[in-house]
Design a protein around this ligand. Structure first.
Ligand SMILES: Cc1cc2nc3c(=O)[nH]c(=O)nc-3n(C[C@H](O)[C@H](O)[C@H](O)COP(=O)(O)OP(=O)(O)OC[C@H]3O[C@@H](n4cnc5c(N)ncnc54)[C@H](O)[C@@H]3O)c2cc1C
Length: 302
């Protein structure tokens, strides 16, 4: 059982005013001395509930200038800075127009208050299996830019998650940016979230689907699943079942079943593993059908 304490534990607070200052502190500090945070919407409740070890110092990244950008280039795609809020991503005109699956996923997170405070990068770094932005960004083939004072490396998002609440980020690294490649013209996406309450609730199952169709066939279908495995995952077997096939109900049904088979959900107090797996099938089918209908309407010019 989680116990909520009224007070936070004691820790020092540092607020670097530049990225290089933050990276330098991480590089020269004792192992585990600093815990970085952006919005704090995960870190602060966890510290209060004593769910994570209290660090010697919390490092507030929010004062670092020029890291809250959301920029788009037709050739290079989208770049989301580490301090861009969930709200700004959800309402960015370019995200709404070019990456609607990400806008929907961001809008589904918590409430407007949390969205204004929290960041998409924090949502990924927190690495809970139910993180809403993760299935969408996995479908979009996103990359994570990790920086330390020794240099920069760029990881595919699917290689970023290690397990529940764990990533492959080094303790001396900060994520500075998420990169999303351009989407093929005419691709569509949708994020469907199943949760008992419509607001302020974590996903029991989250399904993101991005589909590009051509001449009545699936050309590039991508399926991301949240809350049904130790980390957010892509359902590659289901994708392979769709790609190259003529759009029809039988293929969609088989792909949805493969996605359910590929999921590895846990039983917990929020939902049984069996229920989560069934919901993967239902939501994947629903999402692909919605995309297929959209592409049919476009082809018929309606
Ligand atoms: C009431 C409530 C409801 C919520 N509902 C949802 C929901 O519906 N869906 C959902 O997905 N989440 C939900 N959350 C979780 C949370 O709001 C999100 O995960 C949010 O995106 C976290 O962003 P943040 O900037 O606040 O992260 P923080 O709390 O600042 O950090 C989260 C983690 O990421 C690390 N981190 C942050 N930024 C960086 C960086 N630049 N480099 C390296 N590490 C970094 C921190 O060290 C920490 O481990 C909810 C939280 C609350 C309190």
């Amino acid at each position: 059982m989680v116990t909520f304490y009224r007070r936070l534990p004691k820790f020092d607070y540092v607020a670097p005013s530049s990225l290089s200052e933050a990276l330098n502190l991480l590089q020269t500090g004792e192992p585990g001395q600093y815990k970085v945070y952006a919005g704090g919407t995960d870190v602060i409740p966890k510290l209060k509930a004593r769910l994570i070890q209290t660090p010697q110092s919390l490092m507030d990244l929010k004062g670092i200038p020029h890291m809250d950008y959301i920029v788009h280039d037709e050739k290079k795609g989208l770049r989301i800075g580490a301090l861009a809020s969930i709200f700004d991503v959800a309402h960015s005109p370019v995200v709404l127009a070019q990456y609607p699956v990400l806008a929907q996923a961001a809008r589904s997170i918590a409430s407007v208050q949390i969205q204004n405070r929290g960041t998409i990068v924090g949502n990924l770094c927190n690495a809970v299996p139910s993180a809403d932005s993760a299935p969408a960004l996995l479908c979009l083939d996103a990359k994570v830019v990790c920086q330390s004072s020794l240099g920069e490396r760029v990881m595919d998002l699917h290689a970023f998650f290690k397990g529940p609440n764990q990533t492959f980020l080094e303790p001396t690294e900060i994520v500075t940016e998420i990169q999303v490649p351009p989407m093929p013209n005419g691709s569509q996406g949708v994020y469907l979230k199943l949760s008992p309450r419509s607001k302020m609730d974590l996903a029991i199952t989250g399904v993101a689907v991005v589909v590009f169709t051509d001449s009545g066939k699936f050309k590039d279908a991508r399926i991301g699943l949240g809350a049904v495995a130790p980390t957010p995952i892509r359902s590659t077997q289901a994708e392979n079942r769709l790609n190259g096939e003529i759009i029809n109900d039988q293929v969609i049904g088989e792909a949805a079943r493969l996605a359910a088979d590929e999921s590895r959900p846990l039983d917990d107090h929020r939902a049984s593993a069996e229920y989560r797996r069934m919901m993967v099938e239902v939501l994947v089918k629903r999402a692909i059908k919605a995309m297929a209908q959209g592409s049919r309407r476009r082809t018929q010019g309606k």
